[in-house]
Ligand binder design. Structure first.
Ligand code: GCO
Ligand code: MN
Ligand code: MN
Length: 386
């Protein structure tokens, strides 16, 4: 029952199970896996596909001939194991050239180079069949605010995205962009730090329809925000193009823990959001195994991410089928003809009527919403006793 299937659309980044456990204080603890080894093992575990940065597959300084050989071997592994590449992205953060930013660097040569690298990586993504292209601006930010006219950071980023949207159309690629926010790390401050900030920024682009968001559990949580609320706003704006699932303690460094390892209740509501709207995108895990693990622990980690998602999905079904809970919800979420009339749009008559209307404010203020009971029932669903 909790065995992942291809139809569950679980994906992992090559960089996630491929994480070798390097951190700012310590050397790697695991040997690297080849992309083919990752494809084979994730497929065995029931994943639908793998996602990648250009340099997870093709080294930064590879020649075009080397790239061809690498991509050929990777594609045949995908085919052998019935695995897809639904999402691709560009590494614009590892190489020292990006230390001051990529699309938002003060140095126009760096901005051009970042664009060139992304054009090529988009070609690679298209060749592998990726329909979503992610932009996570790992180096787009600042420690020294004196260094930039801050609004220029936003303008440069917009210039790059406008250029790239047109490129995708020009090439006829079937591809959309998803912007991923993060508050900080590796820069002291990152531009566009939250999913809400990304949504505001998208409205300023030339082709906003092509661009949505890729919210990540860990990133909103690092900022002390409520992740399901960020996802709900993206859904409301019809901009949830992708999602990065992992876990994280609040207000800490980016931990990228196994999905469901920290905030079970919040993750329950996240899964509920995705399942209730029948989200048809990928359930992508952007996390990695603890630094204590060797290879066995890495595959346990991958299995655990998917298994916990499926368990929470079952709990969501239980919640949605629970007659007591549903009875409470239907009392709470009452229909109202009066409200529908207001929501249908403004008229001066409606405003005049409303200003004259009498309300039984005492009765309204005395209402008991019964949220203590509702929340306890939810907790009992999650704990498995309902
Ligand atoms: C991070 C980010 C990245 C991105 C990835 C894809 O905090 O390191 O979450 O893992 O998701 O670069 O754009
Ligand atoms: Mn992250
Ligand atoms: Mn991510």
């Amino acid at each position: 029952m909790y065995e992942p299937k291809k139809s569950d659309h679980f994906t992992f980044g090559l960089w996630t199970v491929g994480n070798i456990g390097r951190d700012p204080f310590g050397d790697p603890v695991r040997s690297p896996f080849s992309p083919e080894h990752i494809v084979e093992n994730l497929s065995r575990l029931g994943a639908y596909g793998v996602n990648l940065h250009d340099n997870d597959l093709v080294p930064f300084d590879a020649s075009l001939a080397q790239q061809d050989r690498i991509v050929k071997s990777f594609k045949s592994a995908l085919e052998d194991h019935d695995m897809k590449v639904p999402m691709a992205t560009t590494n614009l953060f590892t190489h020292p050239v990006f230390k001051e930013g990529a699309f938002t660097s003060n140095d126009p040569d760096v901005r051009e180079f970042a664009l060139k690298k992304t054009l090529r990586a988009i070609d690679l993504g298209a060749e592998l069949g990726a329909g979503i292209y992610v932009f996570w601006g790992g180096r787009e930010g600042a420690e020294v605010d004196a260094s930039k006219q801050l609004p220029d950071g936003y303008k440069y980023f917009r210039d790059a995205l406008n250029f790239l949207c047109s490129y995708v159309n020009d090439q006829g690629y079937d591809m959309k962009f998803a912007l991923e926010a993060k508050p900080n790390e590796p820069r002291g401050h990152l531009f566009l730090p939250t999913t809400g900030a990304m949504l505001g920024f998208i409205a300023t682009l030339d082709q906003p329809d092509m661009v949505g968001v890729n919210p990540e559990v860990a990133h909103e949580t690092m900022a002390g925000l409520n992740f399901p609320h960020a996802v709900a706003q993206a859904i409301d704006a019809q901009k949830l193009f992708h999602v990065d699932l992992n876990d994280q303690e609040m207000n800490r460094f980016d931990q990228d823990f196994r999905f469901g390892s920290v905030q079970l209740k919040s993750n329950f509501f996240l899964v509920k959001l995705l399942e209730d709207i029948e989200y048809d995108g990928m359930r992508h895990f952007d996390a990695h195994a603890y630094r204590t693990e060797q290879e066995m622990g890495v595959w346990e980690f991958a299995r655990g991410c998917m298994r916990t998602y499926l368990i929470l999905r079952e709990k969501v079904d239980k919640f949605n089928d629970d007659t007591e809970i549903q009875g409470m919800l239907s009392e709470l979420q009452t229909e109202s003809v009066n409200w529908d009339r207001i929501a249908a749009g403004y008229s001066s008559d409606k405003a005049t009527e409303l200003k004259a209307k009498n309300f039984d404010i005492d009765a309204m203020a005395e209402r008991d919403f019964m949220y203590e009971k509702l929340d306890q029932l939810t907790v009992e669903i999650i704990l498995g006793i309902r």
